[in-house]
Design a protein around this ligand. Structure first.
Ligand SMILES: C[S@@+](CC[C@H](N)C(=O)[O-])C[C@H]1O[C@@H](n2cnc3c(N)ncnc32)[C@H](O)[C@@H]1O
Length: 219
């Protein structure tokens, strides 16, 4: 089964999750907002129904699943059809790329970061939000995978694995924050402020940068 199929078929169910889990959603938004740059061209990859892009002022999103993309469009996000491994974006045209729980659905993580590096301007960055495989939510979702319409097809990664893949594409870690540090059963009771690090949260956000261009002028 294609990993986009649930987002074509059950897109309304996916989108409704945010209304039912408002405090979790707000905690996640706070963590992403902490590391997202403020200016320049920012594109969300795997934008889904646009819940993050629309709240964070991101005008453009790449999305392969047509039906969920229509919800993002209705929220004012311009959709570029495509996928993370073959971005419909030119070389060195973006200041930042945002990925929110998209990495666990892509077919090829190395190609995803290679593409990110291609479209980022020198000095640009990737902001990557994910559920670490060994976090409390990650362990739970992994265990319940077969019963979940969305996460059945997901591949979770540890923070260490994600960092290694970013490094391989020449994207260096700048900063990390985390949220949802408590048990999943109580996560929606309050909004949690992000804290530094990547070792305790079930929702980790990394900012990783592409190197600035070196001046070729000899002295
Ligand atoms: C869990 S949803 C996240 C959506 C949105 N970022 C959010 O946080 O609400 C994962 C999204 O990634 C998309 N997706 C699946 N495979 C993809 C790929 N290879 N490249 C880009 N997006 C992909 C799905 O269609 C879906 O919209």
């Amino acid at each position: 089964m294609s990993r986009t199929e649930p987002f074509e078929k059950e897109y309304e169910l996916y989108d409704a999750w945010f209304d039912e889990n408002q405090n979790v959603y707000e905690s996640e938004l706070l963590a992403v907002r902490r590391l997202l740059p403020t200016g320049g061209r920012i594109v969300e990859i795997g934008v889904g129904s646009g819940r993050f892009a629309s709240r964070l002022g991101i005008a453009e999103g790449v999305e392969p699943a047509e039906r969920i993309a229509a919800l993002a469009e209705a929220r004012g996000v311009r959709i570029l059809r495509g996928c993370a491994e073959c971005l419909p974006l030119g070389n060195e045209t973006c200041d930042a790329l945002l990925y929110v729980t998209t990495l666990c659905f892509v077919d090829d993580v190395d190609l995803t970061f290679h593409e990110a590096s291609r479209v980022l301007k020198p000095g640009g960055c990737v902001v990557l939000a994910f559920i670490p495989k060994d976090s409390r939510f990650g362990t739970l979702y992994d265990r319940l995978k077969q019963e979940d319409a969305f996460y059945r097809d997901a591949t979770f990664y540890t923070a260490k694995e994600v960092l290694a893949a970013l490094e391989k594409a020449g994207l260096r870690l700048i900063e990390a924050v985390q949220t949802l540090t408590g048990p999943p059963e109580t996560a929606n009771q309050t909004v949690e402020a992000p804290s530094p690090g990547l070792d305790r949260g079930s929702f980790v956000v990394l900012r990783a940068g592409k190197a600035e261009k070196r001046s070729s002028r000899a002295r």
